[in-house]
Each structure stands twice: as structure tokens, then as C-alpha cells.
Ligand binder design. Structure first.
Ligand SMILES: *[C@@H]1O[C@H](CO)[C@@H](O)[C@H](O)[C@H]1NC(C)=O
Ligand SMILES: *[C@@H]1O[C@H](CO)[C@@H](O)[C@H](O)[C@H]1NC(C)=O
Ligand SMILES: *[C@@H]1O[C@H](CO)[C@@H](O)[C@H](O)[C@H]1NC(C)=O
Length: 458
């Protein structure tokens, strides 16, 4: 209420200038700029408040990456929103960086007034992204979804993709980006895990032929210091293996052949500094697999900007959700005493950040998942020398130092009782409840009969 119209317009002007700056700027110069701050996020309900953007802006990302479910635009109810609606107004890409409250707007306005660099900084983030099922158009949908051509256009409008971009002509929204000068260069590869995907359970393809050919070219092309592969669904964790039959999640692990092909391609490419970022699951975590390549393969998961597992349960059940998270076995999750919770899973709104210290020797990377106040909830520091191929010595040392030999065990190889402990607990609890119920009913029945007998006798 009572938003000062003049300031609001002023703010929009800043946003607009920022947009022009991003889309129309000298891209050559931009690409030569050293990039050392990247943020990413996923799963953002356009109808819900999104206070987390203040923290994202305050992080000053140079690049922000959408990892899918950037809006909930399902073709079917209850989330149905059509056509242009998906690309305009508060749902569009850049204005997400508009402050969430009048107070926040004032704070930023004051900061920007006294420091012109600040306004520029906020709006200079280049925003790129891919999609997941809900902005693709249907929950858990794959190649069979009929609305994919229309929705590809809508996603690309949402991302301000230029009209003449080749990305508008290909089948699927996969894309790659290059940042930074030689030696400090970063390649960001964004996958499309929807357009060509076979049904879950088929062990078929996720990427499809044309995307595989493209990816091979991308990865076998000129080396870069870092290569970030963005996938809407998790690549390393196989949560389904440990939470079935209670729940099942989409992930690369549900397509084991396709996942092995991805690992083999990265290994064959001899690329250094490759890691994944992902979204989808409505919580944040960092996982790591040490037996895919000859260096550890990380997957940083941040989900979601609004959608999170704890937010859908009543307050008093949140501790229970955290307990269940802790109880869920995982062989890949990176655990550290600096995590907010013991499980090292974070089930409230969050975003992910990658900070690169190019000046340190060796170059260090800080991977973090942050809460809505930008405070770290789980994180890990990795030295770039750890992420070099043919460096089994480093891998062995890393394994010993972190005592992480378990990051080699697949979830499906866990002892049966460990792997299924969540389901065992659930069904035991259900069984106990059932027994209690039966006993109660029986007692009632006996008691009532006794009463009616008594009454008859009387
Ligand atoms: C999005 O938020 C609105 C308003 O809070 C809510 O009614 C709707 O159910 C939410 N949608 C999803 C997918 O959570
Ligand atoms: C992941 O778990 C599913 C379900 O248990 C299983 O079918 C699949 O083979 C597992 N994938 C990997 C890579 O272990
Ligand atoms: C890891 O820790 C366990 C106990 O916590 C110990 O038995 C094991 O030897 C350690 N492994 C390495 C490689 O240090």
C-alpha cells in the first residue's frame, strides 16, 4: 500500500536501463569480464511472495541461473496459466529483481542514490536459464507433451532471448554460455531434461540424439577453467532408491544408462573443473560422487525460491520433517558440521551461490546453499586442483581427508535395512497404529456388549 509512484517509476527506469545494459551492452566486453559470483535457483510460484530476491540481489551475482519451475505454468489445473500471461508483469524474468517491500525498495533507493555503482551492480546480473516440468507445462512430463513448442517460445520470451536467437529454432531449450578471459573462463551448459525425455522407468533417453551431439561438441571443445552443467533434475543423488515406495523423485539416476553415458562423456572429454547444479526437489543439498570420473563430481542443488518441503507442512510438523530428512540415508550428500541442520538438507526457501576466488593459489570455489537472509545452510570449499582429471592422487587424498570413501557407494548398494529404513519405520508405525485401533475397537465392542447385557439383566 502507498507505494510512492515516483520512486516506483524511478525504480522501473533503473530496471529498464539495467535490461538495456544486459541485452544491448557490448557483449564482447562483458564476456571478457572475470566472473566470480554466480547465483542460481528454481521452483518459484509466481503467485506467492518471493522475499528471497532481496538476498539474491544483495549477493551481487554477475550471473543468475534459473534451473526450472521458474514459474508454475501447468497446462492442467490447478496451476493453469496461459500464453502471454506467463511472460509478462511480475512473472517475467528481470522484474523479479524488483524489491519485495516498500521498505526494501527505500533501502535500495538510498543505497543507489549515494552510490551509483550499486544500482548498476544490482541490475547487471545476466539472467539465463532452462526449464523443468512445471514451466515445460505438465508435472513430470517428457517428450510426449503436446504443448512443448508453444511453451518453448514462452520460456524464451520469459528469458528475454533475442528474437533471432538460434535457440528459438531448435527443438528444446538447451544452451551454453562463455564468460571470462582465457585462464579464468567459465562455460555454463544448460540442459533440457524435458523436450526429448522418454518416460520414467523406460531407462531410455533424457537428452535425445540432437542434444547429445550438441553436448559432446560443447564438452569436447576448447577447455575452460570451469564448466558448470545446469540440469533441472538432480544428477548425483538417487533419492528414489531410499524413499521408495513412499515417494519417487525424478532424477538422472532413474535413467542409469543415460547417467553413465553422461559421466563417460565428461571423462572422455578430459575436461577439468566440471560440476553440476540442479533444482526440482524443494530442498537444498550438496552431493558428490567420487567414482564417476578420476576427480570428485559435485552436484549443488537449490530448490526452491518459494516451494520447499517445510513450507507445505504446519509449523509443528517441521521438526518431524527435519527428523525424516536426517533419517533418510544418503551416500552422496556432503555433510559438514557447518550445516544448519544435522541432515545437511535444507527444506526452506533457498538459493545457491558459487564464489570463485581466482586470485588465491590454488583457485578456490565456495559452493553454498543460502537461506532467505543469505546465510549459509550448507556449503563446501573446493580447490580447483581437486577437480583435475588424471589426478587420482588428489582424489585419494581428498577421500582420506574428508573420510568420504562412502561417496563411491551407490544408494542401491546399501544394506537392505539401511536403504529402506524410512519405509520400515513408516510401515511399522502404521502397523502399530492399526493394532492400537483394532484393540480400541475390540475393547469398545466388548464394553458395549457388557453394558447391553447388564441392561438386559436389569
Ligand atoms: C502458489 O501460490 C498461491 C498463493 O499463495 C497458492 O494459492 C497456490 O496454490 C500456489 N501454487 C503452488 C503450485 O504451490
Ligand atoms: C536409483 O534408484 C532406482 C530406484 O530404486 C533404481 O531403479 C536405479 O537403478 C538407481 N540408479 C542408480 C544409478 O543407482
Ligand atoms: C573413516 O572413519 C571411520 C570411522 O568414523 C574409520 O573407521 C575409517 O577408517 C575412516 N576412513 C578413512 C579413509 O580415514
Amino acid at each position: 500500500m502507498g507505494i510512492d509512484q515516483r520512486r516506483w517509476r524511478w525504480w522501473n527506469a533503473v530496471v529498464f536501463i539495467g535490461m538495456v545494459g544486459v541485452t544491448g551492452s557490448n557483449s564482447h566486453e562483458k564476456q571478457k569480464q572475470v566472473v566470480s559470483r554466480i547465483a542460481f535457483g528454481s521452483c518459484s510460484n509466481q503467485s506467492a511472495p518471493q522475499p528471497i530476491w532481496d538476498a539474491v540481489v544483495d549477493f551481487h551475482p554477475q550471473v543468475f541461473i534459473w534451473l526450472g519451475d521458474n514459474i508454475y505454468g501447468d497446462f492442467k489445473r490447478p496451476f493453469k496459466i496461459f500464453g502471454q500471461e506467463r511472460t509478462v508483469g511480475p512473472w517475467k524474468n528481470v522484474p523479479r529483481f524488483v524489491p519485495s517491500s516498500e521498505q526494501e525498495m527505500k533501502t535500495r533507493y538510498e543505497k543507489a542514490k549515494s552510490n551509483p555503482g550499486y544500482a548498476r551492480l544490482q541490475q547487471n546480473a545476466e539472467v539465463i536459464g532452462t526449464w523443468d516440468d512445471h514451466d515445460y507445462g505438465l508435472n513430470d512430463a517428457g517428450k510426449e507433451f503436446h504443448g512443448k513448442i508453444t511453451n518453448q517460445k514462452l520460456l524464451l520470451d520469459f528469458l528475454d532471448e533475442p528474437q533471432d536467437s538460434p535457440r528459438r529454432k531448435q527443438a528444446g531449450v538447451y544452451a551454453s554460455y562463455m564468460y571470462g578471459p582465457v585462464g579464468r573462463d567459465i562455460k555454463i551448459v544448460l540442459l533440457d531434461t524435458r523436450y526429448h525425455r522418454d518416460p520414467v522407468g523406460s531407462d531410455g533417453t533424457i537428452l535425445g540424439n540432437s542434444q547429445w551431439l550438441w553436448l559432446e561438441k560443447e564438452l569436447k571443445g576448447p577447455p575452460t577453467a570451469l564448466t558448470i552443467i545446469g540440469s533441472s533434475i538432480q544428477v548425483i543423488s538417487n533419492l528414489s532408491a531410499t524413499i521408495r515406495p513412499l515417494f519417487a523423485m525424478e532424477s538422472w539416476a532413474r535413467f542409469p544408462k543415460e547417467r553413465d553415458r553422461l559421466f563417460k562423456l565428461i571423462a572422455d572429454s578430459k575436461r577439468a573443473g566440471v560440476f553440476f547444479i540442479s533444482g526440482d526437489v524443494h530442498f537444498g543439498e550438496i552431493t558428490r560422487y567420487d567414482c564417476a570420473l578420476d576427480y570428485p563430481l559435485y552436484d549443488l542443488t537449490s530448490s526452491g525460491v518459494t516451494q520447499s518441503v517445510e513450507e507445505v507442512v504446519p509449523h509443528f510438523l517441521r521438526s518431524f520433517v527435519r527428523f525424516v530428512a536426517w533419517l533418510t540415508p544418503s551416500t552422496m550428500r556432503v555433510k559438514d558440521q557447518n550445516c544448519r541442520y544435522k541432515s545437511c538438507i535444507y527444506g526452506q526457501t533457498n538459493f545457491g551461490t558459487i564464489e570463485i576466488d581466482w586470485d588465491s593459489h590454488p583457485v578456490t570455489l565456495k559452493f553454498k546453499v543460502r537461506d532467505k537472509d543469505s546465510i549459509m545452510v550448507t556449503g563446501v570449499d573446493v580447490s580447483l586442483t581437486e577437480l583435475q582429471p588424471s589426478n587420482s592422487e588428489v582424489l585419494d587424498r581428498a577421500k582420506t581427508e574428508h573420510n568420504n570413501s562412502k561417496h563411491c557407494t551407490l544408494e542401491v548398494s546399501l544394506p537392505w535395512i539401511v536403504r529402506h529404513r524410512l519405509a520400515i519405520l513408516f510401515f511399522s508405525a502404521l502397523f502399530v497404529l492399526l493394532v492400537v485401533f483394532v484393540v480400541l475397537v475390540y475393547t469398545c465392542f466388548r464394553f458395549c456388549r457388557l453394558e447391553s447385557c447388564k441392561r438386559k439383566h436389569d
